[in-house]
Design a binder for this molecule. Structure first.
Ligand SMILES: Cc1cc2nc3c(=O)[nH]c(=O)nc-3n(C[C@H](O)[C@H](O)[C@H](O)COP(=O)(O)O)c2cc1C
Length: 170
């Protein structure tokens, strides 16, 4: 039985979650840029950062190469994890998997939106613009800034400990 934990992370949030999951599953997570062929594994746990409502480009490409495997997904995003947007992001990523894959689990938590991204959004969407940074949006970004926190990492570990029992240790 071979298990791969692979992740994509631009600013480190998803990497933190990957490392916590890897610790629980007893495997060293691999960055998607160095990832081996999925063909060499039986189980794949793949993590991405949400980029415009779906997996980031690097993980998109990797997910499409996975065929006929048991796959669990995890992700970090700026929005609330318990939201339609978060659920849609996971569903969009699952659709990118190659043929014959079984989705065995999914976990998502918040991750700090980089300062660079926030200032870019402020510039791109000034007051009056439909995507302008309303007080509500700023509050959401502010809330995401402390994530993933210790609670998120514990939740990811608990989720994948159960996942292993259900799908691998059976
Ligand atoms: C270009 C870009 C697009 C993003 N798109 C979304 C999005 O559609 N929804 C969302 O909730 N967060 C979005 N985010 C926030 C990131 O998903 C979030 O900060 C994530 O934790 C970053 O993970 P990383 O540190 O592993 O790169 C976006 C961030 C960037 C830079």
């Amino acid at each position: 039985m071979k298990l791969l934990v692979v992740y994509s992370s631009k600013t480190g949030n998803t990497k933190k979650v990957a490392m916590a999951i890897g610790e629980t599953l007893g495997v060293e997570p691999v960055a998607v840029t160095d990832a081996p062929s999925p063909d060499d594994y039986d189980w794949i746990v793949a993590g991405f950062w949400v980029d415009k409502g779906t997996a980031d480009a690097a993980m998109k490409a990797y997910l499409s190469k996975i065929t006929n495997k048991q796959v669990a997904l995890f992700a970090t995003l700026g929005a609330e994890p318990d939201s339609d947007h978060a659920r849609q992001c996971l569903a969009n990523a699952a659709k990118l998997l190659g043929t014959g894959c079984t989705l065995t689990g999914q976990f998502i938590c918040q991750g700090k939106v980089s300062d660079e991204m926030v200032s870019m959004m402020k510039k791109m969407f000034p007051e009056g613009h439909p995507h302008a940074m309303t007080a509500e949006r700023l509050a959401r970004i502010e809330k995401a800034a402390s994530h993933p926190d210790a609670e998120d990492l514990s939740a990811a570990q608990a989720y994948f400990a159960d996942w292993r029992k259900e799908w691998i240790a059976g």
